[in-house]
Design a protein around this ligand. Structure first.
Ligand code: SF4
Length: 99
């Protein structure tokens, strides 16, 4: 029920609405800030030898800093304002979402 309501409210009823997170440009892996934090679009590409903090299963979608909704492929991140990160991505400031 909530899901259906969310889908309805997400419909672009107002064309002049401010950019929503889903409309943000995607963060590029070669963006200087992304590189400095070792961001990747696919967490399975993280080199755990170089990123000892990385644990399998950590992805942006379960990071405390991720702002996308469940099921979104891309979402905002408070570390990269104005850019969308991949739900399956990862960076070196990953923090587990409180459960
Ligand atoms: Fe992904 Fe979290 Fe890093 Fe943002 S802070 S890019 S949500 S792992």
């Amino acid at each position: 029920m909530d899901k259906a309501q969310a889908v309805e409210s997400a419909a672009p009823a107002e064309t002049a609405a401010p950019a929503k997170p889903s409309g943000m440009p995607k963060l590029a892996e070669d963006d200087p800030q992304a590189k400095s934090l070792s961001y990747v679009h696919d967490a399975t590409n993280v080199d755990s030898a170089k990123q000892p903090r990385y644990k399998a299963g950590q992805i942006c979608a379960n990071c405390a800093l991720y702002q996308g909704k469940a099921g979104d492929e891309w979402g905002g991140c408070s570390i990269f304002p104005g850019k969308a990160v991949n739900a399956n991505g990862w960076c070196s400031v990953y923090a587990p979402k409180p459960t």
